[in-house]
Design a protein around this ligand. Structure first.
Ligand code: ARG
Length: 457
């Protein structure tokens, strides 16, 4: 076709070419091509000898790519054309039979679906590793109290194990989102042709099985225009990166002099070139900063996709760079988060000191009143008065004397109140399901272990 046309303008070529980035589809493209050629031979569309020569040629291309000596030409618009061009150089004109009953439109959709599936699996594995690290940390810090926060104000004390497991369950939902990505990539686009199907009685289910797809896309027009699975991956990645960002932000906060709850290992922090005392939690800061980049990739692709008429449009070529960047960013962040958490050191004393702030027992005092029949709203007001009186007098809650207690909170049993203050029992009082009492955290840990075992087995 090119022979009868004027040569392409170099600027058009620069805009149109995707080889610089879609090169990383090559392993999937080769696998797909072998399955496709095998199907063509089995269906009698090409000869068995054609298939064998094509297969042999593709094996050589594979080797060149693996050994990093595959040479891309100026003429190669994308990875699909580069591979076919090289195949034909190796095996001669029979290489041209590979593209029988196939279009680059169904070919590229198939490559991208295969890549998304492979990296959804990778994300799953990395998530499970990180979740395992959180479970180990929770087990090692089972009964270390620290304040829990709302509005970043000390609210109620919790165990560090409970706090760490909160991240576990967020990541569990990320895992489920990546599971969904596997479903979203389960219908084989290949065989849809350019858009309408192909002029041969191909066996798409055979190709699907060869490539590990569960089924085939039912509608050829949908097959070549579908990039939902890329959006699904980007969405899962954006939410997951958002969690890692929150986790990173927390580590940044906790490792300040002001909090002093944790210290990140030297290997994941930097010193200041000027101030010798400084140790900066750069890794945690970058986890915090990477999330919006992935969100941007998601939003960007929605922009590309919205309003596109059926079926294939060249716009769809813009699916790749955002996807690849999101994959690289997310996988790196997941690896970093795991290593960083593995080497983190928590400061038991600092956390305990912050958690022993008696004011965070206020809810428990209110509940003591509730047990005496005082409606919770009223109890809340009474304890508010107790707190105000203590704070204004520069005293702890437990330093209120019996007269004051009788006057401000006549329904409060003084012995019960004294015991509550003495024991610091307001962690173990959180006995409800999903609460922070040790028994409940132990239940939670076994549920978490169960999730990991199920995913592994
Ligand atoms: N590089 C293209 C892409 O990524 C391949 C499909 C081109 N198809 C076409 N009919 N021009 O979308």
């Amino acid at each position: 076709m090119g022979r009868f046309r004027d040569p392409q303008h170099p600027l058009f070529r620069a805009l149109n070419s995707s080889i610089a980035f879609d090169y990383r589809l090559a392993p999937y493209d080769l696998e797909q091509s072998i399955a496709h050629a095998r199907m063509l031979a089995r269906s009698g569309i090409i000869g068995q000898d054609d298939f064998e020569r094509i297969e042999h040629g593709l094996a050589q291309v594979r080797q060149e790519i693996d050994e990093d000596c595959f040479v891309v030409n100026d003429e190669d618009e994308d990875v699909h054309m580069a591979i076919e061009r090289r195949l034909t150089e190796i095996v001669g004109p029979v290489g041209g039979k590979l593209h029988t009953a196939r279009s680059r439109n169904d070919q590229v959709a198939t490559d991208v679906a295969m890549l998304v599936r492979a990296h959804s699996l990778e994300a799953r594995g990395l998530l499970l590793g990180l979740m395992g690290t959180l479970v180990e940390l929770a087990e090692r810090h089972l009964d270390w109290p620290l304040p829990g926060y709302t509005h970043l104000q000390r609210a109620q004390p919790v165990y560090l194990s409970h706090h760490l497991l909160a991240w576990f369950w967020k990541l569990r939902r990320d895992l489920q989102r990546f599971n969904f990505c596997m479903t979203a990539t389960d219908d084989l686009p290949l065989g849809a042709g350019a858009l309408a199907g192909v002029n041969f009685d191909t066996s798409r289910m055979y190709v699907a099985q060869e490539l590990g797809f569960g089924g085939i896309a039912e509608n050829s027009l949908d097959a070549v225009s579908n990039r939902d699975f890329v959006l699904d991956y980007l969405h899962a990645a954006a939410t997951c990166a958002g969690h890692l960002s929150q986790l990173g932000a927390e580590i940044v906060l906790w490792s300040t002099e002001e909090f002093g709850f944790c210290e990140v290992a030297d290997a994941f922090s930097s010193g200041s070139s000027l101030m010798p005392q400084k140790r900066n939690p750069d890794a945690a800061e970058l986890l915090r900063a990477k999330a919006p980049r992935i969100v941007g990739r998601l939003v960007g692709l929605h922009g590309v996709m919205h309003g596109l008429p059926l079926t294939y449009n060249k716009d769809l070529q813009e699916d790749k760079e955002p996807l690849f960047d999101a994959i690289d960013t997310l996988e790196l962040c997941l690896r970093v988060a795991r290593e960083m958490l593995t080497g983190i050191a928590f400061d038991r004393e600092r956390m305990a000191a912050a958690a022993s702030d008696e004011l965070i027992a206020a809810t428990d005092v209110a509940d003591l009143l509730v047990r005496e029949g005082v409606p919770f709203r009223e109890a809340h007001g009474i304890v508010g008065e107790l707190v105000r009186t203590a704070v204004e007098g520069g005293r702890r809650l437990s330093e209120l004397d019996d007269d004051e207690l009788r006057r401000l909170a006549p329904q409060l049993p003084p012995d019960g109140f004294r015991m509550l203050m003495r024991q610091g029992a307001w962690l173990e009082s959180k006995v409800s399901e999903g609460g922070t009492s040790l028994a409940r955290v132990r239940d939670q840990l076994s549920q978490a272990r169960h999730v990991l075992d199920e995913a592994a087995g």
